[in-house]
Ligand binder design. Structure first.
Ligand SMILES: Cc1cc2nc3c(=O)[nH]c(=O)nc-3n(C[C@H](O)[C@H](O)[C@H](O)COP(=O)(O)OP(=O)(O)OC[C@H]3O[C@@H](n4cnc5c(N)ncnc54)[C@H](O)[C@@H]3O)c2cc1C
Ligand SMILES: NC(=O)c1ccc[n+]([C@@H]2O[C@H](COP(=O)([O-])OP(=O)(O)OC[C@H]3O[C@@H](n4cnc5c(N)ncnc54)[C@H](OP(=O)(O)O)[C@@H]3O)[C@@H](O)[C@H]2O)c1
Length: 506
């Protein structure tokens, strides 16, 4: 078990989760959705699945993800290359890279993870770096690199839930602490930049490489990567960082600066189509296709709904906290919000919900305004931004802020549709508790344990509560030109409060 779990480990865990909770029986694998259409008259979605037909549902949740539609680089004649052409997210385990000459195109999170994994086994590796990334020490731990947990540590995680929780909390806290540094020019941004510059310089031996590998833009403008092993690997004798743009690809290799560098395999670490445009038609109200609506400018509500697309929910739509911290916590918060929404929908026997247009417009305007102050609108190229410079991938706040906003439900942001009277589901007006088992239900659940009032309260009530003032308080007797003075203790009472008829009416 490594500190950064491998894809195989994550996959095996997720498979075990689906089996343990018996949700595997609800999952239909190899079922590509090809089209979804909203019916206004029936208030339902029809989902077409390749080779399987059409299925209806009241609520459609799109969980197609944003980082899985692989994008190859726009490089001339890439398709002419005769050797294996891999993408980091379309990997072929049958390709053996050991002892081979390899090219990696890209310098984002995927390239940064790939290079150290292959550098020592390949004969030669050329790494094409168009824009460098900020590299940080590992997040959430003091230990270096991708360390392996000892048997003792693993046993302690199993046996000691407090230890397990505090370890996980420490990691999450370190992510959640980073948000302040995302504000342009903030103290935290300056401190982080200085710290990373120092740690990167310490790891890069050749001062000429400092200029090429240490970014000029703000930390976080594009994703910060915990990848010190990448910097070390880049300096191995068989690894060659290349900073010139690629001219073209030939059957034998990559042409750069007019020179052919022959390779046996090319790994493209060039990311994903992150345009938010759905890959299949999503036809909402008035026959509107979301692919057309989001062709140039994907605007939604909190990254989870779109006005004009009733009963449609989406994970990781535009402006979710996809890189404002760990995504897992965000996804869980979104799931919990969806479940609360489903419960309301079912309980109230609603038939539709649709985000109000003006709410979505306000969210968008506020988001883009806030983004001006954030490092994400800095001078870097990143998939967080659209071509017009609008930050579309991120939430205008921290992950914790997103969670807090969702926890407040904001059901007023939706237009709710009902078949008839919105209160019809009240029936004869019984509360849920009244339907619970007579043995266990509590029909006076809103009563709390008695908290007796102090005797002083009765005394105050007897003499008039307004009379309560503290010794030393200034007062003026009521009426014009009323006498001014200070409250003093007039008898032997040691209490700090005096309640005398003289001060009534101040
Ligand atoms: C290399 C890599 C590493 C990452 N590491 C982290 C990390 O450490 N921490 C973190 O928080 N996040 C990480 N992320 C972000 C990651 O994408 C999310 O955390 C997570 O995978 C999102 O889950 P998801 O279910 O929303 O989307 P996905 O995991 O992308 O799943 C979407 C699913 O929808 C399916 N699908 C797509 N289109 C259709 C269709 N038409 N019909 C039917 N099915 C379809 C896809 O096949 C896929 O199975 C990483 C991303 C990448 C690429
Ligand atoms: N462990 C993790 O948490 C993890 C790991 C991997 C990915 N991810 C997620 O996935 C996202 C995508 O990461 P990614 O690294 O796959 O993609 P990415 O961040 O979009 O990076 C793509 C890289 O390819 C380069 N590139 C594209 N076309 C090129 C060309 N023609 N010539 C040279 N370089 C070219 C880009 O350079 P330019 O910058 O110059 O355009 C960039 O360096 C991350 O931001 C993260 O959210 C997470």
């Amino acid at each position: 078990m490594k500190s950064y779990a491998s894809s195989a480990e994550i996959r095996s865990y997720l498979k075990a989760v689906t089996c343990h909770y018996e949700i595997d029986r609800y999952i239909s694998l190899r079922s590509a959705v090809t089209r979804t259409v909203w019916s206004e008259t029936e208030s339902k979605w029809t989902v077409s699945v390749q080779n399987q037909g059409d299925f209806d549902c009241e609520i459609l949740v799109n969980a197609c993800g944003i980082l899985n539609n692989v994008q190859y680089p726009r490089v001339k004649d890439l398709d002419l290359f005769q050797g294996p052409l891999l993408h980091t997210a379309a990997w072929d385990d049958n390709v053996d890279l050991s002892g081979k000459r390899v090219a990696i195109i890209g310098a984002g999170a995927s390239a940064i993870q790939t290079l150290p994994a292959i550098a020592e086994t390949v004969e030669r590796c050329d790494v094409y770096i168009r824009t460098p990334s900020w590299i940080s020490p590992p997040f959430g731990t003091d230990k270096p690199g991708n360390f392996t947990y000892t048997e003792e540590e693993k046993q302690r995680f199993r046996d000691d839930p407090d230890f397990s929780l505090s370890t996980r909390k420490a990691m999450e806290t370190s992510f959640n602490n980073l948000y302040s540094a995302s504000v342009k020019g903030s103290e935290e941004q300056v401190a982080l930049r200085n710290a990373l510059e120092k740690s990167m310089k310490a790891l890069i031996r050749d001062p000429e490489l400092h200029d090429k590998l240490i970014p000029k833009f703000e930390v976080g403008c594009r994703r910060v990567n915990p990848g010190e092993r990448y910097l070390t690997a880049l300096q191995l004798p068989n690894v060659h960082p290349v900073f010139e743009p690629i001219d073209s690809v030939t059957p034998e290799g990559v042409v750069c600066g007019g020179q052919l560098r022959e390779v046996d395999a090319i790994i493209t670490a060039t990311g994903f189509d992150t345009s938010f445009r759905p890959r299949f038609p999503i036809i909402g109200r008035n026959g509107r296709d979301l692919r057309d609506l989001w062709r140039d400018d994907p605007v939604g509500y909190f990254g989870l709904a779109v006005s004009g697309f009733p009963n449609y929910l989406v994970f990781l739509g535009p402006n979710t906290p996809i890189s404002n911290g760990s995504l897992m916590g965000t996804l869980e918060a979104t799931v919990e919000y969806f479940i609360r929404l489903f419960k309301k929908f079912m309980h109230e026997k609603a038939v539709s919900f649709d985000i109000r247009e003006e709410v979505q417009a306000d969210f968008d305007a506020h988001t883009q305004d806030t983004m001006k102050q954030m490092v994400w609108t800095g001078p870097c190229r990143s998939w967080f931004k659209s071509e017009d410079g609008k930050v579309r991938a991120l939430w205008p706040g921290s992950s914790l802020h997103y969670r807090e906003v969702l926890e407040s439900n904001r059901w007023e942001d939706f237009k709710w549709g009902y078949r008839g009277n919105r209160f019809a589901h009240w029936g004869l007006g019984r509360a849920t508790v009244e339907f619970e088992s007579e043995k266990t239900r509590d029909l006076a659940y809103y009563f709390e344990k008695h908290k007796p009032l102090p005797l002083e309260a009765y005394y105050l009530a007897a003499i008039g509560n307004d009379a309560r003032v503290a010794i030393g308080d200034s007062f003026r007797k009521s009426g014009e030109g009323g006498e001014e003075g200070k409250v003093v203790l007039e008898d032997d009472d040691e209490d700090t409060l005096v309640n005398t008829p003289e001060v009534v009416g101040i």
